[in-house]
Each structure stands twice: as structure tokens, then as C-alpha cells.
Design a protein around this ligand. Structure first.
Ligand code: HEC
Length: 82
């Protein structure tokens, strides 16, 4: 996990290879593999939150993260499928 994920509290709900409160980051990477709009979609979910894609638990918004920090997180997550 990159430090930004630990610092931002992502790790309290996400692990790399197993489902916790949120889906495993590796499963997210696989789901969006080959989707050219994935980076923009996930960036929006991290910023504003999301729900209904993986189950009934919502993903909280992270309004304090900068564009660069969200990009680092999105690149990290999508990179797991490679
Ligand atoms: C309170 C628990 C919680 C925290 C904290 C959390 N998440 Fe999530 N996350 C979830 C849940 C639950 C989902 C599934 C939402 C859904 O079904 O649409 C999710 C979904 C996601 C998705 C997939 C979105 C989609 O539409 O497929 C990504 C990417 C993600 N989280 C990244 C992060 C990152 C990065 C952080 C830290 C900044 C973070 N999450 C913090 C619970 C959390």
C-alpha cells in the first residue's frame, strides 16, 4: 500500500487482496481493466464517494485529497491488474 492510502484511511476499509468493508483493491483493478474511462470514474468515486457498484455499503467521499493525491491512488489501484 502506498503511504497516501494509509494516511487517508483507505486501509481501514480496503486491503489489496481481500474483501473487507470495501472490495479488494485487486478486484477493483480487475473489474476496470481495459476500461478507458476507469481512471476518471474512480477519481470521482474517491473524491465524492459512491455506492451500489459492489454492494450496499457506500464508499465515503474524500474531499480533502488533492488532485495529485487522488491520481496517485487511482494509478496505484489500476496498476494492480497489470
Ligand atoms: C468506510 C469504508 C471505506 C473507506 C474509508 C474507503 N472506502 Fe473505498 N469503498 C468502500 C466501499 C463499501 C466500496 C464499494 C462501493 C460500491 O459498492 O459502490 C468502495 C469502493 C471503492 C472503489 C471502487 C469504486 C467503484 O465504483 O467501483 C475504489 C477505487 C475505492 N473504494 C478506493 C478507496 C480509496 C483510495 C480510499 C481512501 C482514500 C477508500 N476507498 C476509502 C469503503 C471504503
Amino acid at each position: 500500500m502506498p503511504e497516501i492510502a494509509t494516511k487517508s484511511g483507505c486501509v481501514s476499509c480496503h486491503a489489496i487482496d481481500k474483501k473487507m468493508v470495501g472490495p479488494a483493491l485487486m478486484d477493483i483493478a480487475k473489474k476496470y481493466k481495459g476500461d478507458a474511462t476507469a481512471a476518471a470514474k474512480l477519481d470521482a468515486v474517491i473524491a465524492k464517494g459512491g455506492s451500489g457498484v459492489w454492494g450496499t455499503m457506500p464508499m465515503p467521499a474524500n474531499s480533502k485529497l488533492t488532485d495529485a493525491e487522488r491520481k496517485e491512488l487511482v494509478d496505484f489501484v489500476l496498476g494492480l491488474a497489470k
